[in-house]
Design a protein around this ligand. Structure first.
Ligand code: NAP
Length: 319
């Protein structure tokens, strides 16, 4: 059993890297499998203004670099690769990366969530040719151009505001009258002269042969369809948990989020030995956006990473 690790963390966003920090400081020598693109969703943001401890804000990638440096400082081993398969049916658990298998007593799933797309055939075809989900990455390419943002949450407002630094005109297309976004974000968008709103409307097609030339939208009130000429569309309609790897290994809810055991059994979550962050599989824990569809903040993900790590420490010791 010498080659059996105490814990493998899958994912390198705030949840995974916080878990790694705590577990390395607890001397459990965690292996963190970061994915070929490490750092999670904050790598795609610019200003992070709501992460405590940074009164002037910090750039998303800089914040993640800090998380990583701090975890590595205490000895976390990080692999910048994708997990290929997992086997949680027998203990020790097996986590495979290409043709190498790693055995471990426990696992923390912290694989986060990915962009939700509108699901239109031309949207997929034109990704990178005017269709994007990341204004901080791509806004630069839309200097003096017209763009739309699809969505009515904080991400849509944030994307629109970022785009105004380059684009000449930004329209937010939202399927309802009311916004899901926080008031402060909506107010900021409304105060920006470059931003206008098309409400009660859905994008039903993306137009253009080799690059985006416009979008077709349907007004849900009068059911009329119209074309808007734009050079880009930014899709900001939420995220999908990254759980394909874990199907059949731990219980997932109807939307594919990892479920926690405490929720499944409705037990007293504070009872001794009842682990709040454990999944339906004993020894497999979860943290961050891959289970949390409600808060989805960097700071809550980091908090869940800390909770999962403390529980892993307790659980491994109890084995
Ligand atoms: P979200 O809050 O779930 O909002 C998604 C938006 O997309 C909703 O307005 C939704 O419409 C719309 N939508 C979903 N599916 C759609 C579809 N198929 N077609 C058209 N519209 C669709 O997601 P989010 O904006 O990504 O935010 C996620 C979390 O991150 C939130 O907790 C948010 O507060 C946080 N966040 C915070 C900041 C910040 O503080 N600066 C920035 C970004 C994100 P309905 O409203 O009709 O459901």
């Amino acid at each position: 059993m010498d080659n059996v690790r105490n814990v493998i963390i899958i994912g390198s966003g705030p949840a995974g890297l916080t878990a790694a920090l705590y577990l390395s400081r607890a001397n459990l020598k965690p292996l963190l499998i970061a994915g070929s693109k490490w750092g999670g969703q904050l790598m795609l943001t610019t200003d992070v203004e709501n992460y405590p401890g940074f009164p002037k804000g910090i750039q998303g990638p800089d914040l993640m670099k800090n998380f990583r440096d701090q975890a590595e400082r205490f000895g976390t081993e990080i692999m910048d690769s994708d997990v290929t398969t997992v086997d949680f049916k027998v203990r020790p658990f097996k986590v495979k990366v290409s043709d190498r298998s790693y055995l471990t007593k426990s696992v923390i799933i912290a694989s986060g969530a990915d962009t939700r797309w509108l699901g239109l055939p031309n949207e997929k075809r034109l990704i990178g040719k005017g269709v994007s989900s990341c204004a901080p990455c791509d806004a630069f390419f839309f200097k003096d151009k017209r763009v739309i943002v699809a969505g009515g949450g904080d991400s849509a407002m944030e994307e629109a505001l970022t785009l105004t630094k380059f684009a000449s005109d930004v329209k937010i297309v939202h399927r309802r009258e009311a916004f899901r976004a926080s008031k402060i974000m909506v107010d900021r968008a409304k105060a920006n002269k470059k931003i206008s709103f098309i409400l009660n409307s859905e994008v039903v097609d993306v137009l253009g042969r080799d690059k985006v030339e416009g979008v077709k939208i349907n007004n849900k009130v009068d059911n009329k369809t119209s074309d808007i000429l734009v050079d880009g569309i930014f899709v900001a309609i939420g995220h999908i948990p990254v759980t394909n790897l874990f199907q059949g290994q731990v219980d997932l809810d109807i939307k594919g989020y990892v479920m926690r055991k405490a929720k499944i059994h409705f037990g007293d979550p504070d009872a001794p030995g009842n682990y709040k962050m454990m999944t339906s599989t004993e020894g497999v824990f979860v943290a961050g956006d891959v289970h949390d569809y409600h808060y989805r903040q960097a700071v809550t993900a980091a908090g869940y990473g800390c909770m999962a790590a403390l529980e892993v420490e307790k659980w491994v010791e109890a084995q």
